[in-house]
Unconditional design. Structure first.
Length: 775
């Protein structure tokens, strides 16, 4: 989101163009706009859509953006590029570059490149990541490090945006400050070329060109709250004073929206005097709901559909209206392709589920299931540590609801024709390649787009244009505005609200199908770690998962299951075997699912059989380690003379009797000598009783058990060249384990925090500290 007034933007741009033509920067006619380059690397489309947003906003700034994906190297040439280059890159998996940035990263890592290879290059970088995962923003950091090693000059501080708390916190101010920085960079480049500042370029690459540019902190994750509040107030104040700007049309790049139709009248008791920062908006919403505000009770509470002052009375800065770019028409056809499975065919295998077992007892909090797939008829050789992508459809009932909601139910078997909108202003616009040309509407909504995805702010902004009721329009504007960021997080992002749930809450909103196709991302397969070894189970693969549950929330009257886990649960329910029953009843209709192999080159047991290794996998995180240990057991049988390194497994769950997954098998590995140490803890068993009777509390979580074995573990890792693997929940466990490892290194080696961090980073670099985490 770019907080700049249109009027000011235009005048700055004009003045800037004049300056450039004065110094002859572009050696173009004075009307020509200066150009810059945007390169993105994106796995799930976030970085791509941000890059597109920047490219679109550039025009209003009097600039021309050349947008390319990093893998489109025929479209850009960094070796000869003299215009500013903006990189917007995300990180995937265990700190890996997105698939479409892999080749670029490999190219720039080439050690043969000289230290002045990119001396001419002037860049800024926005890195996207998630602090729930290790190696936060690793791809961005890697690119940045290499650019600097190769002599490139940074003209604007790098933004490190954290999806764990909301990318906007960093992205919005980063883009806000970008324009001024680009213009200064262009100006400086022009001056350098005309000789005014010859030799000065890049003297201070990390210096922010202007102190008024927001402080996007290097290596820190946030913009200071104070600055956020100040900039919000400043823009709101300016807009409020200008009625023309306040009521400006939706077509403005940055529309400043006045108080069109507040859900609550100004001056609601006791609330109007609150400050205008977003934090207080969130607090007021929550407090009112809790009925604990310390102010007279307000009968009406904030909700998805309703705001309270100050937000309801505030002028708003909303994102630019994304330009429409698709024309969609529906055509009755005799033979429409009725797709009954996912569209990507090359690497896909349709395989039968040969067994489905409920692992945890019926009264455990989570439903953990094991599926066995029969892959014997397919060319799929996997290693322990690899995963399988499972391709699932959207839920049939939700697709039906969406068809009804769009008023297209009668046309669900029509053929969908999608073409590029003539004269679209969208940069890099293309017909989504994952939608096949002759597909029916029903198949498209079932297999191609993620109808459960959380609507992004740009989508909300676009929905405003198709909403009749003014109160609802205003609320959608609030939810996508800078001022409504806290409400967006509270009511949309955190509860993972889907577009269908949103449309149910805003009945006067009737978007065209084209808008949904433009904004809904591709339906992604879900990966699951192999929980078996094909040495033990030739022609079979096992995987284990918990059925994800989303609770009811404002906007979602009833809870729902995760898309893939819910679908799998329903699919295999008729053939499900419970632990107490020995074998499947042999249901005649064996369900089949589509999968493809997703190899993981690093998360594998050490190739040196004598190397010791430690596995940390609570809950379903134990899955790959069952595969590791099955493999090791078979290898031990095949090579009785060989020396095998020590193996440790740290497992944890809530209750010994309810959700201790693979208990018999794990204890069997210990008996056979395959597993040297099995350390198990139970977070909810008899804690109170124990605390009363025992002076030392028993370990509750895997990290507590790690601490208890600190000396052994640090020995294995730091003296015996051993390995540690962590698998499972990314949100809490992986972080806690990481922090604990750091503490252990500090204590055992008697070093400070920085040195411990370096040691741990060294282990990662050497691929001896590996993670496979999700959530
Ligand atoms: P969706 O409808 O996609 O909803 C997912 C949302 O649910 C997430 O955004 C998150 O907010 C929330 N959520 C709550 N709990 C979880 C959870 N446990 N996992 C993911 N999201 C959660 N899962 C397994 O259960 N077993 C595995 O062996 C496994 N291996 C994986 C390996 C890799 C390399 C990766 C990237 C993920 C793995 N996952 C595994 C996660 C799995 O791919 C799915 O994300 C998960 O099953 C949820 O899918 P869903 O479609 O049911 O949920």
């Amino acid at each position: 989101m770019v907080v700049l007034r249109t009027v000011v933007v235009r005048s700055v741009a004009k003045e800037f163009l004049w300056q450039l033509s004065e110094v002859g920067v572009c050696r173009m006619p004075s009307q020509a706009k200066p150009r810059f380059v945007i390169l993105y690397g994106s796995q799930k489309g976030q970085a791509e859509s941000l890059a597109e947003g920047v490219a679109e906003a550039a025009e209003e700034q009097g600039l021309v953006a050349e947008l390319s994906c990093l893998n489109q190297n025929e479209k850009y040439n960094l070796e000869k590029e003299h215009a500013p280059v903006i990189f917007i890159v995300s990180t995937t998996g265990d700190g890996e570059p997105p698939d479409n940035a892999l080749q670029f990263v490999k190219r720039i890592k080439n050690k043969a490149l000289s230290a002045d290879h990119y001396k001419h290059l002037c860049y800024a970088l926005l890195a996207l990541g998630d602090t729930n995962y290790a190696n936060f923003c690793n791809c961005g950091k890697t690119i940045e490090r290499r650019l600097q090693e190769l002599g490139a000059k940074q003209f604007y501080p790098t933004g490190y945006a954290d999806d764990g708390v909301g990318l906007d916190v960093v992205v919005d101010p980063w883009i806000e400050g970008l324009w001024k920085a680009i213009k200064e960079a262009l100006s400086k480049m022009a001056s350098d070329r005309t000789g005014c500042f010859k030799g000065e370029a890049g003297d201070s690459p990390k210096k922010t060109p202007d102190s008024s540019i927001p402080d996007v902190q290097l290596n820190l994750l946030s913009i200071t709250d104070h600055q956020n509040c100040e900039s919000t107030r400043a823009s709101v104040e300016t807009v409020s004073k200008s009625p023309t700007a306040a009521s400006s049309s939706a077509s403005a790049t940055q529309t400043a929206v006045s108080d069109l139709s507040p859900a609550f009248p100004a001056g609601s008791p006791g609330l109007a005097s609150q400050s205008h920062d977003t934090a207080s908006v969130s607090t007021s919403a929550q407090e009112t709901q809790n009925g604990d505000t310390g102010v007279p009770h307000v009968a009406l509470a904030a909700s998805l559909m309703r705001s309270l002052p100050p937000l309801s009375e505030s002028s708003l800065n909303v994102p630019a209206l994304p330009p429409p770019y698709l024309d969609v028409c529906l055509q009755e056809a005799d033979a429409v392709e009725q797709v009954v499975g996912p569209l990507i065919k090359e690497t896909l295998h349709e395989v039968p589920v040969s067994k489905a077992v409920q692992l945890a007892r019926g009264d455990s909090v989570k439903t953990a299931l094991l599926l066995e797939l029969d892959i014997s008829a397919h060319q799929m050789t996997y290693q322990p540590g690899d995963s399988f992508d499972v391709f699932c459809p959207n839920q049939a009932a939700e697709v039906e609801d969406l068809l009804h909601r769009l008023g297209l139910h009668d046309q669900r078997n029509h053929q969908v024709h999608i073409s590029l909108h003539k004269d679209t202003k969208k940069k890099g616009a293309m017909v989504p390649p994952y939608i096949s040309p002759n597909i029916s509407l029903l198949s498209l909504l079932t297999w191609c787009v993620e109808i459960r995805s959380v609507p992004k702010k740009a989508f909300l902004r676009a929905l405003v244009e198709h909403t009749g009721d003014s109160v609802q329009r205003r609320r959608l504007q609030e939810l996508c505005s800078k001022q409504g960021a806290a409400d967006y997080n509270l009511y949309v992002r955190d509860p993972s609200l889907s577009v269908l749930e949103l449309l149910a809450a805003f009945p006067s909103c009737s978007p065209p199908l084209s808008l949904l196709i433009e904004h809904l991302p591709k339906l992604q397969p879900r990966p699951y770690s192999a929980a078996s070894s094909c040495l033990r189970y030739p022609g079979k693969v096992h995987f284990v998962f918990n059925v994800v549950e989303f609770p009811a929330c404002p906007g979602r009257p009833a809870g729902r299951r995760g898309l893939c886990t819910g679908w799998l649960f329903d699919l295999i329910n008729p053939v499900l075997v419970f632990p107490e029953k020995a074998e499947s009843s042999g249901c005649p209709a064996v369900p089949k699912i589509h999968v493809s192999l997703r190899p993981n080159c690093f998360f594998r047991p050490p190739s040196d059989l004598s190397a010791p290794f430690i596995m940390v996998g609570p809950g379903t995180g134990v899955a790959p380690f069952v595969g590791f240990l099955q493999q090791r057991e078979e290898e031990r049988k095949e090579n009785p003379e060989a020396t095998f390194g020590e193996t440790w497994l740290f497992f944890g769950c809530r209750h010994r009797d309810r959700d201790y997954l693979f208990r018999e098998e794990l204890e069997g590995f210990v008996s056979s000598g395959t597993l040297s140490q099995l350390k198990v803890c139970f977070s909810r068993d008899d804690q109170e009783d124990e605390a009363a009777t025992s002076a030392v509390a028993r370990p509750r979580y895997v990290q507590h058990n790690l601490l208890l074995n600190s000396q052994h573990i640090t020995d294995i890792l730091l003296k015996q060249n051993g390995y540690i693997y962590v698998c499972g929940d990314a949100k809490n466990m992986a972080k806690d384990v990481n922090d604990t490892l750091m503490e252990m290194i500090k204590t055992e080696l008697q070093v400070d925090q920085l040195e411990a961090m370096k040691r741990l980073a060294g282990l990662r670099e050497e691929k001896r500290y590996l993670q496979d985490i999700w959530g």
